[in-house]
Structure formats: structure tokens, C-alpha cells
Design a protein around this ligand. Sequence first.
Ligand SMILES: Nc1nc2c(c(=O)[nH]1)N[C@H]1C(S)=C(S)[C@@H](COP(=O)(O)OP(=O)(O)OC[C@H]3O[C@@H](n4cnc5c(=O)[nH]c(N)nc54)[C@H](O)[C@@H]3O)O[C@H]1N2
Ligand SMILES: Nc1nc2c(c(=O)[nH]1)N[C@H]1C(S)=C(S)[C@@H](COP(=O)(O)OP(=O)(O)OC[C@H]3O[C@@H](n4cnc5c(=O)[nH]c(N)nc54)[C@H](O)[C@@H]3O)O[C@H]1N2
Ligand code: SF4
Ligand SMILES: [Mo]
Length: 746
Amino acid sequence: MDETTSPRTAHRICPLCEACCGLELTIEGRRVSAVRGHAADVFSAGYLCPKAVALKDLHEDPDRLRRPLVRRDGAFVETGWDEAFAEIERRLLPVIEAHGRDAVAVTVGNPSAHKMSLLPYFGRLAKALGTKNIYSASTLDQMPKQLACGLMFGHWLSIPVPDVERSDFLLILGANPAVSNGSLWTVPDVRGKLKALRARGGRVVVIDPRRTETAALADAHHFIRPGSDAFLLAAMLHTLFAEGRVRPGRIAPHLAGLEALPAAVAPFTPDAVAPACGIAADTIRALARELAAAPRGCVYGRLGTCTQRHGTLASWLVDVLNALTGHLDEPGGAMFPRAAAFAANTAGKPGVGRGIVTGRHASRVSGAPEVFGELPMGVLAEEIETPGPGQVRALISVASNPVLSAPNGPRLARALGSLEFMVSLDIYLNETTRHADVILPGPSPLEDDHYDIAFPQLSHRNHARYSPAVFEPPAGQPPEWQNLLRLAAIALGRGAGADVLALDDEWVADEVRKLAGERTPALLAALAPRRGPARLLDLALRTGPYGDAFGARPDGLNLDRVAQTPAGIDLGPLQPRLPELLRTPSGRVELAPAPLLAALAQAAGELAAAPADGLQLVGRREVRSNNSWMHNLPLLAKGPERCTLLMHPHDAQRLGLADGMLAEIEGAGRTVRAPVQLDDAMMQGVVSLPHGWGHDLPGARLAVAARRPGANLNALLDENARDPLSGNAVLSGAPVTVRLAQTSSV
Ligand SMILES: Nc1nc2c(c(=O)[nH]1)N[C@H]1C(S)=C(S)[C@@H](COP(=O)(O)OP(=O)(O)OC[C@H]3O[C@@H](n4cnc5c(=O)[nH]c(N)nc54)[C@H](O)[C@@H]3O)O[C@H]1N2
Ligand SMILES: Nc1nc2c(c(=O)[nH]1)N[C@H]1C(S)=C(S)[C@@H](COP(=O)(O)OP(=O)(O)OC[C@H]3O[C@@H](n4cnc5c(=O)[nH]c(N)nc54)[C@H](O)[C@@H]3O)O[C@H]1N2
Ligand code: SF4
Ligand SMILES: [Mo]
């Protein structure tokens, strides 16, 4: 890498959100002087958002940690890497020896899904620890969708996405991609794509308790009472059956369980669900008819449909509707990507598999079932606080900030304060990592190589893109995969001084042996001299569906070939994949998995209850923010106050509140304060506060964020409120009371 001062251009996939935009950076010495969209990028074609420009701020942020911090006599001191790992070995091993492997918990957060250095190696650390106490942002986010898709299609990551460029009708529930840039749907410039859809004569309809920025781009928007999407979707299904509109089309022979559905949705007539949803019965019928009549269209549900009590039911019914209207696995409908690397649904025997299982163990205190190898984030605090065998006494947090991102952060913060030992892999001393005894910083995002492991599995078009590091990391800074391996070595009793490269070699050899048997030495030789995630990537590309199969398909992909193409390799529009994609034991799409039918029958009992009055709280996202950790970047932090409580003027009037007044919001017995912002885009009875704020906790080192800390939405939420099937936290629709704050200090 030439780091002289003559300007150079570097191409880099943005690691900040799921859109995965290709960027073009101008570099002068160690500085970024400009960030633009990479116009030639085959996938994002020059699109970018303001957060990409803030990568410069992130790279230069003086608060971003460059050296390990170790707590000595209550204060953090900078140390060398060996000293930090020696401290971890000295403190962590006795916890395991005295209390067993489950005494060490791990949490892993959102950025790990965007880092090839973290994602494949976190699993190795978890395995080396041998703990059941694994917690991730997935149970604050998408676990319901993963569970529903796992049950229907046989793998947790077989999630269909809208084929937006060929679609004429899109029904969007609980997602605001115009701001979030898409989730479980990798789609740069979704605004442009929705506009193009409409320009072709297609229609976009949004269902959301707020008339969002996405709704502003749509043809129609309907308010919905938070938490009632499963009822709406069941009633749409009811309409399809009642009106004889069920037409699965080509995939009909691959469906199982269809016969169970009419009875399952019988209680959910449009008239019965209308009061619970706040949507008129005629509107519900019209939505079902429009979906059924659309030649090319689909339903897409996201965060708002997952972070609720019936998240798994809602996520399931989205794809049942797609399947029964002929929109699943069809161009313009909900289609399955075919990723170039790492996708389980391109490996093994096509068309059939073992399916998924849950509940292989349960959380110790509340008995919450394991889902996809994890326990719900909501039970972590009680697992730390409750004495007895198996009590969590140490924690390793990896790119996660649950003190702000998980419900009842204040309780979690107290619990973290009571741990015997905590290590954080993070780039900031923040609300969570301030509780650590050792913090191991990762490099700047521009100092590591990038390939998205997760998001090509969720992309609206198939592609393979790789970008090398823009800068060499500072001397001594290990890549994060090596830090994870070093922690694994400690957990395995090999010691802090173990040779992590040798450990990596061992693991890769094991993996290759499973694939290649006798050919293992030849394959390992072909993968050398790469190591770490780059070697895993080369292996995955070469053995993937477009791969060179180590020479057997000479024109196929390998990492050299992908890396030589900075604009990326386009692998074409999504193609139908049923039944080949399926990994269910039946070899069919399971439309009516037993646990979902049982849960739906139980949910029907709620229809009789009158909808609660009082205010319900929902979250929102904002373009210049990303979860909890980008409020320290000056470019994004400037401008108007963003952590405001949106409220319909009628609700405000009733409560004696006016625009700009400071409100006290009470939920789950706790209060926070935020300025009121009147907005008739809110459904009456629903208020909205963004998450990820609350940067006023002592001990954090976030100078810019602390100037305008905002309020922590999650302080108002109940950590015990979960979707029982997936363990996902209920983040949406919590009851709150709002009043004028008595003093003017926030
Ligand atoms: N009420 C409410 N709560 C929510 C949500 C909501 O909508 N409403 N959304 C939920 C969702 S969808 C998610 S995904 C979660 C996110 O929950 P988390 O993953 O816990 O939160 P993030 O804010 O993404 O925090 C990421 C952490 O990673 C650190 N980090 C950033 N880059 C790197 C890196 O390169 N290496 C390392 N080691 N660390 C890094 C940051 O400093 C920060 O501490 O929040 C959830 N919480
Ligand atoms: N700028 C920015 N982009 C981001 C992030 C960010 O923090 N900032 N975070 C990233 C992450 S981690 C994720 S997971 C994605 C999430 O991306 P999206 O899934 O698009 O999530 P949100 O933008 O939070 O939109 C959720 C919508 O659901 C609505 N809603 C709330 N409750 C309900 C309900 O019960 N039913 C229905 N139908 N709607 C409801 C809310 O009003 C909101 O408009 O965004 C990613 N992109
Ligand atoms: S939309 Fe997401 S991936 Fe694209 S530039 Fe913005 S933050 Fe980066
Ligand atoms: Mo997320």
C-alpha cells in the first residue's frame, strides 16, 4: 500500500449498513480527503448516504481506541497487546476453573455482521469457550424472521427478498428502507428503485404506525396499531381463502401444509381483526385482492414486524402470503439470492435437509429456549444477577453495546458492574465497554479487508465484491480475527502466548478435510499463503456455486479474480430456486409448521380483548445515525436535535404538551426525558423515539456524543417482554405515559 502524500483512489465497500455500497475514496497520506459513491460499482452504481462520508470522521476520531485499555485500580490505562492478553488469561481462567464454562457469557453485536474479521471467528471463540450463554443483537432484531424461514425452508438464512427491479407491487410492513437503506434486503438506493417501480406503473403500499419517509414515496399508507401485524396478515390470508384467490402457481407441488391453513386463519376475519389493527376490514380485503391480482409483486416485513410479541407469526405469514399468491420464488416477487460464498443453502444435498431445531437447551433462570444457538438478550441481566450453579460471572462483549441497545439497559448496566471480569472487543470506551476490565480495540474500518459474508445472501441481485484495506493498520494492531483466536486459545488452555496463526491453520485444515478428504493437502497448498478470513473467503468462493472448484471450472470465481475487479462481479438477477434451495426434511416448503399453528391459535384469543388505551411507544431510525455508536462523529452529530419524541398534535393537546416542550416519558417504571416534536405523521395513540441514544452515562469516552446525549428508549422497555417462539425482544408498542417534565434540565 502506497501511503505517500500524492492523492490516490481507493475502492471500498461501505461496512456501515446492509446496503453495502461501493465507495470511491480519495486518499492523501494517512487521510481520507473525499468519499464518493463508486459509479462503476456493479451493485450500487454510485449510490451512497451521509454515513459513508463520515467514515472519514470515524477513521480520524480521537476517541476511537488505538491501544488496549486495562483497568488498574479502577481507572483505565493503555497497555501493550501482550500485557492485555496476559491480564485476560490471569482473570478469565480462574472463573472457568471455579465455576465452569457457562459462567462466561458472550455478546456479539451488529458490526460483526459487517466484518469478515469478526463473523467467522466469533463462532470459533464461542465454541472454544463452550458456553451456553451466547447472546447477540439477533434477538433484538431479526430472529423471528430467521426462525420462520428456518421452519419453512429448512435453513435460518434462507430468507426471500423483494426482487424490486422486476416488481410491480410492494407491500411493506414495519420497515423504513428509505431511511434504514434496507434490512434483510440488501438494496442500495431503495428510493430510486421504489420510484422506478412506480414509474413503471407499479404500486407501493406501506403499513406502519408512522407515515414514514418510505410511506412518503408510496402510493398508499395505512396506520397500524403496533404489534398487530400477525392479525392483519392472517386476515389477508383469510380473505384469499374466502374469495377463492389462492394460486400458488409453479411452486404448488413443493408446498406442504396448505390444507391446515384455512382452519388456522378462520378466527381472523377482516372484521374480527380490524379493531386490533386499527385498519378497516374493507381495506384489509382490498390489500389481499391487490396482492393476489399483482402479476409481479410481494409482501416485505422487517424490523417493526419482528420486534413484537407475535414477531415469528408475522414473519411466517408474510411468506405464506407470498407463496399463496404466486409471488414466492418468482421474478418480481420474493426471491432467494444465490450467494457466491458462505451460503448454507448452496451447500450439501440440494432440495432436502435436516431442517432446524430449537430448544436444545434453555436459559437457567427463565427457561427461555435456545434459538439458533443463542439465548435471548433479554435474559442476560438475570443470568448475571441470579446466584446458583451456572451463574454468569464473566462476559466477553464483541462489537456490542447492549447497555443502550437492549431493553432495560439500566438493569443490564448494573449487572455488568457486578461481574467478576469483563473483556470488550470494541473501538470505543462507551456505555457498555466502560464496565470492562480489558478493552481490545479493533482497527479503523479502513484498515481491514472487506467482503460481506452475510449480505450477498440477502441481496436483491447476485454479486461478488471485495475490497482490500485502504490503510495499513498502525504498528502492532492485530486484526480482530487474531484477537478472537487469542481469546479462544486462552479458553482452550493453550495460553495467551499461543501461536494464533497455527491455530488458524489447524482450523482451516479441519474444514478443508471435511470437504475434500484426500485432496486436503492440495487444496491447502492452493489456498496458501493467505491466512485468516481471506483464506476462508477464497475457500468459500472456490467451493461455492460460481467457484473455480480449484481448477475443475477454470472460469469460476476465486478470491484473486474477485479482488482484481474493484467494481465487483455482477452475477445477475435472482433466479428461481425452489425446490433446490430447500433443506427441510420433507423437501417441501412447510407452510404450516406445528409450533406456528399452535401459537396462531393462541393469539386468536387476544382478538376479543379491547385494544388498550393509552400511548404506545415505537422506535425509529434516522439517516445520520446508526444504532448506538455513530453519534460521536461530528459530520453526523451536527444539525437539529434528533432524539425527539414524535407525537400527534391531538395527543399532545390532550396532555397539555406543545412542540419543543420537554416531555417526561415513563415506561416499565422508569423515566427518560426528550423534547416533543409534533407530527401528524404519527398514528394517534402512538409516540416514536429513536433508539441508540443516552450517551450521558459516567465513564464513557465519547466527547462529541456526550454533548447531545439524547434519551435511551430502551430504558423504558421491559426486558422480559419477548416473542416466546424466537426469544426476540419486544421493542415496539410498549405502553408509556407522557407528561410535561417538571424542570427544564434533560
Ligand atoms: N428500542 C430499540 N432497540 C433496538 C433497536 C430498535 O429498533 N429499537 N434495534 C435493534 C437492532 S436492529 C440492532 S442490530 C441492535 C444493535 O445492537 P448492538 O449491536 O449492541 O449495538 P450497536 O449500536 O450496533 O453497537 C455496536 C458496538 O460495536 C462497536 N463497534 C463498531 N465498529 C466496530 C468494529 O469494527 N469492531 C469492534 N470490535 N467493535 C465495533 C461500537 O462501538 C458499539 O459498541 O440494537 C437493537 N436495539
Ligand atoms: N440510518 C440508519 N440506518 C440503519 C440503522 C440505523 O440505526 N440508522 N440500523 C440498521 C439496522 S441494525 C437495522 S436492523 C435496519 C432496520 O431497518 P428497518 O427494518 O427499515 O427498520 P426501521 O427503520 O427501524 O423501521 C421500522 C418501522 O417499523 C415501524 N413499526 C414499529 N412497530 C410496528 C408494528 O408493530 N407494525 C408495523 N407494521 N410497523 C411498526 C416503525 O414505525 C418504523 O417505521 O436498519 C439498518 N440501517
Ligand atoms: S447506505 Fe449504508 S452502505 Fe450505503 S453508504 Fe450509507 S451507510 Fe454505507
Ligand atoms: Mo439490526
